[in-house]
Structure formats: structure tokens, C-alpha cells
Design a protein around this ligand. Structure first.
Ligand code: AMP
Length: 111
């Protein structure tokens, strides 16, 4: 998708701190981290929201999130994964992404 910043990151046409990539997904550090560790995991394919995503890609994103949580050293104390969908949830980039946040306490219910 030409004007999608996450497509550009996946294609290496926009700079990002990429920490993992394979044929299907890319993981990189959020530009404005909301926690000491804040990663974004995206499909390479332009999928706007969770609703257009296949079970296979969702499974891959989530299992890689838990793998990266261990690698980032946030697993033992706990972490949060978040997928915002559309306006009420605050989705600002319409290319599916999983937030992986850790390194501090999180409140529940979320704001
Ligand atoms: P959301 O509000 O769920 O759509 O999350 C979008 C996230 O993308 C926010 O946490 C932004 O800080 C992050 N973000 C936006 N642009 C970039 C970028 N160029 N590189 C890394 N993270 C970005």
C-alpha cells in the first residue's frame, strides 16, 4: 500500500529499529515507546485491521510476540499484548500491528 508507513518499514523504505523479520512478519521498536520495552509486530502484507487477518497470520504474530518477550527479558515479570481496532480503540495506523509492552506495571481495566 503506497502511503502506508508500516508497509514502508516492512520494505526497508523507511527507517526503523527492526529486531526480527521473516517472510511473513516484521518486528520493530515503537517510535514513541509507552513502556521500557515496546515492540510492534506486523504482517508484511498490508492488512488494515484484525478483522481482515487470517488465523494463520494472527497465530504467527502472537506466538512470535511471546518468543520476543522472552528474548527481550520481559517474560518473567509479565507483559501485555495489544491490538487496537479502529477509532474507539485508538488505532492510528491502519496496517495490523500487535503492541508488545513490558518492563513496568500496567493498569486494568485499560484507559
Ligand atoms: P496504534 O495507535 O495502535 O495504531 O499504534 C500505532 C503505533 O505506531 C504507535 O504506538 C506509534 O508510536 C507507532 N509508530 C508510528 N509511526 C512509527 C514509526 N515510523 N516507527 C515506529 N513506530 C511508529
Amino acid at each position: 500500500m503506497p502511503n502506508c508507513i508500516f508497509c514502508k518499514i516492512a520494505e526497508h523504505n523507511l527507517n526503523a529499529d527492526i529486531i526480527y523479520e521473516d517472510n511473513d512478519i516484521v518486528a520493530f521498536r515503537d517510535l514513541k515507546p509507552q513502556a521500557p520495552t515496546h515492540l510492534l509486530l506486523i504482517p508484511r502484507e498490508h492488512i488494515p485491521t484484525i478483522e481482515e487477518a487470517s488465523p494463520a497470520i494472527l497465530g504467527k504474530l502472537m506466538s512470535k510476540a511471546s518468543e520476543l518477550a522472552k528474548k527481550e527479558g520481559i517474560s518473567a515479570k509479565g507483559y501485555r499484548t495489544v491490538i487496537n481496532c479502529r477509532d474507539y480503540a485508538g488505532q492510528s495506523v491502519y496496517h495490523l500491528h500487535v503492541h508488545l509492552l513490558g518492563g513496568r506495571w500496567f493498569h486494568w481495566p485499560p484507559g
